[in-house]
Design a protein around this ligand. Structure first.
Ligand code: PLP
Length: 384
């Protein structure tokens, strides 16, 4: 049976070049970067090279990159670290309603601990309104967090506009860019962010490694205390194989970006067009144009999304519902709900996220299978 992987927003396969480098680092570059002997020197060189490669992918300086254990930790460090560092200035925080749980739960934690949180609503395209953001700002606002690209529906947010407002008001601006970094051009200066989270496994790097961009001069309280690695921002002996893998994946993403982008954009366009044309009552979710390349997400009337995924899986097609990163898949997605979608429709979500190696033939294969499954599902639905 042909197997199709169309779930690149959940994770990506690790590039063979990255595996080769990580293996080499484990074999030969196993020194501790804090050691003063030549093993340490070699490890430090690996660390420095990866920091440069990561910084270059997002237009940052090397010393503005803090390695973390992934996107979740980067989000937690940015949000809780800022709140702790600036709490004497104010205790009001702003986030959007469609953030990933790594952000949502960090805010909820702070809310339980004496901070006030304003949740910005989104429109039917899952985008925040800049005017509403302006109105939400108070004298005691210390942090705004709005994600770059949504993991469920792919919509992009107007980060540069938000960044401009935040900077004008002297408020720290964080963005969870885990879904966009490595998949489309991201430049921290252009986007006017102070803090930005990224994760290697979304762009053909390994899992369990990511980074937080911390603009020079930002004041953060570290969450991990110990030996003072990462300039005291994140203690613990560095995950050198992971960091090297992140660095190389970042370099490859940067070098191959134009080719990957064009391929994924064209393929997603083709897929979206075919689904909307060939499957009645199929609706694209998220913004029709301002979305991450390769991301195609839909809802279908009168279909049980969980059953749909099971049938696709049986046919060798790996996709996901709203998001794969949450373990409680029975609840309707908070993103679709925030977009104003009815519960029943929200339960019929399908996310097909394409990667650099998907082909037109694979999309054709999917389209030989998907319409039939949906038709069958609807028939069952009508009999209930
Ligand atoms: N933020 C977003 C938008 C994500 O999509 C994910 C993972 O899917 C994360 C954060 C968490 O990243 P990690 O899996 O590296 O912890």
């Amino acid at each position: 049976m042909q197997q199709l992987y169309m779930d690149h927003s959940a994770t990506t396969p690790v590039a063979p070049e990255v595996i080769a480098l990580m293996t080499e680092v484990m074999k030969y570059g196993w020194g501790n970067p804090s050691s003063q002997h030549f093993y340490g020197n070699e490890a430090r060189q690996i660390l420095n090279r990866a920091r440069k490669q990561t910084a270059e992918l997002i237009g940052a300086n090397d010393n503005e990159i803090t390695f973390t254990s992934g996107g979740t930790e980067a989000d937690n460090l940015a949000i809780i670290g800022t709140a702790l560092a600036l709490q004497s200035r104010g205790r009001h925080l702003i986030m959007s309603a469609i953030e990933h749980h790594a952000v949502l739960h960090a805010f909820h934690y702070l809310e339980k601990n004496g901070f006030e949180v304003t949740v910005l609503p989104v429109d039917a395209f899952a985008q925040v309104n800049v005017e509403q953001l302006k109105q939400a700002i108070r004298k005691d606002t210390i942090l705004i967090s709005v994600m770059h690209a949504n993991n469920e529906v792919g919509s992009l947010q107007p980060l540069a506009e938000i960044g401009e407002i935040a900077r004008g008001a002297g408020i720290v601006f964080h963005s969870d860019a885990v879904q966009s970094v490595g998949r489309m051009p991201v430049n921290v200066r252009d986007l006017k962010v102070d803090l930005l989270s990224l994760s290697a496994h979304k762009f053909y790097g390994p899992k369990g490694i990511g980074a937080l961009y911390v603009r020079k001069g930002m004041n953060l309280t570290p969450l991990m205390l110990g030996g003072g690695q990462e300039k005291g921002m994140r203690s613990g002996t560095e995950n050198l194989p992971g960091i090297a893998g992140l660095g190389l994946a970042a370099q490859m993403a940067r070098e191959e970006m134009p080719v990957r982008l064009e391929r994924m954009q064209q393929l997603a366009e083709y897929l979206i067009l075919r689904i909307v044309k060939e499957i009645p009552r199929s609706y694209i979710t998220g913004h029709p144009r301002q979305r991450i390349p390769g991301h195609a997400s839909f809802v279908f009337g009168s279909v049980d999304g969980t059953a749909l995924l099971t049938f696709l899986d049986e046919k060798g097609i790996a996709a996901s519902g709203a998001a794969a990163c949450s373990h409680d898949s029975f609840q309707a997605s908070h993103v679709l709900k925030a977009m104003g979608m009815k519960e029943e429709l929200a339960h019929s979500a399908l996310r097909l996220s394409l990667g650099k190696d998907n082909t037109r033939e694979e999309v054709d294969h999917l389209m030989e299978i998907l319409p039939g499954i949906i038709e069958q599902q609807r028939l069952l639905w009508s009999l209930q």
